[in-house]
Design a protein around this ligand. Structure first.
Ligand code: ADP
Length: 483
């Protein structure tokens, strides 16, 4: 099943304080390939004790790591990035086998993931302070930006590599050690990163990985006073819980939670471009990204034409095992994910939506689901309020700009949104009126390491990537120096 150029990239142990290790009782969890159901391997089923050990190791490693010059830390991060790119084929294969996404998407993610090490290594050199204009002649006012301390990160399965590097890179660049709990569904991409971290010269204890009991590991990460910062990407429900658990020790937190992105097509849009954008935004990773278009609003005048063009393009998508050439859509992550898509479709159809394409499990079996398009979707249906996280494009109809902005903002989420219009006045008005942290205008793809990724409302707080991303791992210190 796996055919790696460098088989040593596949590790089935956790990585604590620079050592590969098993759970203290030897318990393991199985990892299956969602495309075939085959067993890929196992990972240690660890809990609070192992997590505490990793946190203690991080604390011990912190003084030496923060003392390194920014240039030294940057050199290590650069090497880590280069090693990822040099091993991109193997890393992509590991990702496709554990996560299911097509190989080309996995390879794209490896490039994206590696870019965070490169970017934040460079940003490390610019984490400057300030000297302020003093109101007193005998005192200088100095501001420095210091690493916050031991960090912890919990990441999901939909981007098994990039969600990790987007947190680990700014932490290490800022001078902080970090303990990671990746998703147990996609641990091998994480372990492969640790193999490369060793080769890049990341000192022991600066980056550790624990896997196993999410509740127990999360409980220790949030409860342990040594941890000063938690960064989480995942569901809003778990994000809320972790925020609550961080309250007693007043940790700094970054949360990147659910999306429910709207994708609007106005009458004046370039329809072919809008269809391309919708495909890219909706069906990438089989619809399993937090910035995937979840609700497609199409203005009355172009509704039928857009629907027809979209269906035509979606029909051409090829489903299959992500390792096979030409495949555009792999399986969903698991049975639960399929059931949610089925539930949203059934609910919409029962309330009057019209099925345009797909709507059922694929003949390929396992968790493959046909790319689906629904028309005449309305705001009383589940798809309007919940993230489907699957290959379902629900088309809503609207008449005016004002009406659609009301519908788009009628959600507790505020991560990403997209719209297509060639009217420059409208482009500015709508971009400003939409309550999301990110807006794509005439494009369905917005993520890169240079731009600030993050949401408003209940989609979370903090920004990842970009020149703003380091701030989440730094604290400001004011020094008043008398002379
Ligand atoms: P998803 O639906 O994307 O799986 P989750 O929020 O359930 O979203 O999972 C994201 C990450 O959070 C995963 O690594 C998962 O193991 C972890 N997780 C789930 N529940 C908890 C919890 N109670 N405490 C800490 N981490 C958790």
């Amino acid at each position: 099943m796996l055919n790696l150029n460098d088989p040593s990239l596949l590790r089935q142990q956790a990585y604590i304080d620079g050592e590969w290790c098993d759970a203290s009782g030897g318990a393991t969890v199985e990892v299956h390939n969602p495309a075939t159901g085959e067993l890929v391997g196992t990972v240690p089923h660890m809990g609070a004790d192992e997590t505490r050990r990793a946190i203690d190791a991080a604390r011990a490693a912190w003084p030496a790591w923060r003392k390194k010059s920014a240039k030294e830390r940057a050199a290590i991060l650069r090497k880590w990035s280069d090693l990822m790119l040099a091993n991109a084929d193997d890393l992509a294969q590991l990702m496709t086998v554990e996560q299911g996404k097509p190989l080309a998407e996995s390879k794209g993610e490896i490039g994206y993931a590696a870019s965070f090490f490169e970017w934040f290594g460079e940003e490390a050199k610019r984490a400057d302070g300030d000297v302020l204009q003093s109101p007193w002649p005998d005192r200088k006012l100095i501001v420095t930006r210091e690493p916050i301390g031991v960090c912890a990160a919990i990441t999901p399965w939909n981007f098994p590599s990039a969600m990790i590097t987007r947190k680990v890179a700014p932490a290490l660049a800022a001078g902080c050690p970090i303990v990671l709990k990746p998703s147990e569904l996609t641990p091998y991409s994480a372990f492969a990163l640790a193999v490369l971290a060793e080769r890049a010269g990341v000192p022991k204890g600066v980056f550790s990985i624990v896997t196993g009991d999410a509740k127990a590991i999360g409980g220790e990460m949030t409860g342990n006073p040594t941890v000063r910062k938690l960064s989480f990407t995942g569901s809003t429900a778990v994000g809320r819980l972790l925020m609550e658990q961080c309250a007693p020790t007043v940790k700094k937190i970054s949360l990147e939670l659910g999306g429910n992105a709207a994708f609007i097509v106005f009458d004046d849009a370039d329809l072919d471009a809008a269809v391309e954008g919708a495909i890219a935004s909706k069906y990438r990773n089989a619809g399993q990204t937090c910035v995937c278009a979840n609700r497609l609003y199409v203005q009355d005048g172009v509704y039928e034409e857009f629907a027809r063009k979209l269906v035509e393009k979606v029909r051409a998508l090829k489903i299959g095992n992500g390792l096979d050439a030409g495949v555009n859509q792999g399986p969903l992550i698991n049975e639960k994910a399929v059931e949610k898509v089925e539930d949203h479709i059934a609910d919409a159809l029962a309330k009057g939506a019209r099925l345009q394409l797909g709507g059922k499990r694929s003949a390929l079996g396992h968790s493959f689901f046909e790319p689906t398009v629904l028309a005449d979707v309305t705001s009383n249906m589940k798809v309007a309020h919940e993230e489907t996280f699957g290959p379902l494009a629900p088309l809503f109809r609207f008449k005016t700009e004002e009406e659609v902005i009301g519908m788009v903002n009628d959600t507790e989420f505020g991560l990403a949104s997209y719209f297509y219009s060639r009217d420059i006045g409208r482009a500015w008005r709508v971009a400003e009126a939409i309550e999301t942290g990110m807006v794509g205008v005439n494009t369905g793809l917005i993520s890169n390491e240079i731009a600030p990724f993050g949401g408003v409302k209940q989609s979370g707080m903090g920004r990842e990537g970009s020149k703003y991303g380091m701030d989440d791992y730094l604290v400001i210190k004011y020094i008043c120096m008398g002379m």
